[in-house]
Design a protein around this ligand. Structure first.
Ligand code: NDP
Length: 315
């Protein structure tokens, strides 16, 4: 019963991005009666993006938030029980596994599909927090539009930063790019594109000390970590592109993870180190991180769960 404090579930899905919803579609069609908790950000990272042009099946592209509404509707139509709520604690010491929702409700689950995704990393500056949404953003594709014709800054030197700097260079007059070492981590081809763009200015060995502005972003103060020289550069937008962090903290005690917290799965499957617990999408994938690959791995997780529950004689 949804309203009772304790509940037994055959297949619990945690997370509502492409991986979670796809797992729900497959699990519902296999009659596993999946219950899906949406988490802090229903719809996941695609709800903070704009046009998605690379998801097959949408011939004319689709807005990220609209796509996630379609995913949810489809999962719901198949019979998945989709609920608001955040998994706040788990006890995977024995089966059935225990999961607490919003620190209150306790669920016992025979199988669990973890599809909690990843979140953007931040520098950790007070000014970055204060000006978030007022010129500070972790998504160039979402917010670049607001800075058309203006000067912006971006911090980071991986493929994401390179991709976002190039995206911004097509909209903005100048893109100031801060790289903390004397080289970039991004792939060669991306680096070459960035270096070729006439309006991207790269600042090597440069760290961001402060984003300046009271109610909106006005400038950024940087420091060269070789010479100690500081500089204040006027910008209207400040983009952080320093990587992502998998949302796996509550599982840390129980599941095998790599050094950065990505859940380890047996290659070619969604199986974690605990039987009956599966992981799909960005929480276990730091390489591809695409909506379509997340959806594919959600499908794998539901099929793995179905096989497991069948073998155990639970369904
Ligand atoms: P990465 O972890 O690859 O890169 C993060 C970058 O941010 C690094 O250059 C790092 O610097 C820098 N950084 C981290 N913390 C700070 C900080 N506090 N201050 C300043 N700079 C900082 O993350 P990405 O998101 O770029 O990429 C993740 C994965 O996804 C990679 O495997 C990448 O190849 C892949 N990817 C592929 C794409 C594609 O193929 N089209 C597109 C986007 C991502 P440093 O180098 O000094 O550590």
């Amino acid at each position: 019963m949804e309203n009772s404090k304790n509940e037994k579930v055959t297949c619990l899905i945690i997370g509502s991005g492409p991986a979670g919803y796809t797992a729900a579609i497959y699990a519902a069609r296999a009659n596993l009666k999946p219950v899906l908790y949406q988490g802090i950000q229903p719809g996941g990272q695609l709800t903070i993006t704009t046009e998605v042009e690379n998801y097959p099946g949408y011939a004319n592209g689709v807005q990220g938030p609209d796509m996630m509404i379609d995913f949810e509707k489809q999962a719901s139509r198949m019979g998945a029980d989709i609920r608001f709520g955040v998994a706040s604690k788990v006890d995977f010491s024995k089966q059935p596994y225990k999961i607490w929702i919003d620190d209150e409700k306790e669920i016992e689950a025979h199988s669990v599909i973890i599809a909690t995704g990843a979140s953007a990393k931040w520098l950790g500056l007070e000014s970055e927090k204060r000006l978030n949404g007022f010129g500070v953003s972790a998504c160039a594709v979402c917010d670049g539009f607001f800075f058309r014709g203006k000067e912006v800054a971006i911090v980071g030197a991986g493929d994401t930063a390179a991709e976002e700097a190039l995206y911004l260079s097509k909209l903005c007059s100048v893109v100031h790019m801060f790289v903390r070492r004397n080289e970039m981590r991004a792939s060669k081809v991306m680096q070459e594109r960035v270096l070729k763009a006439s309006n991207i200015r790269i600042y090597w060995n440069t760290e961001v000390e402060e984003i300046i502005g009271e109610t909106k972003t006005e400038a950024v103060r940087t420091k060269n970590n070789k010479t100690g020289e500081t500089q204040t550069i006027p910008v209207s937008g400040f983009f952080v592109a320093i990587g992502h962090e998998p949302n796996s903290a509550i599982f840390r005690e129980w599941l095998s993870m790599d050094e950065t917290g990505y859940i380890k799965t047996t290659p070619g499957t969604s199986k974690t180190n605990l039987e009956g617990i599966f992981a799909a999408g960005d929480v276990q994938d730091k390489i591809y991180r695409q909506a379509v690959t997340a959806a594919g791995s959600g499908c794998m997780a539901a099929l793995d769960a179905e096989r497991y529950l069948g073998e155990k004689g639970i369904v």
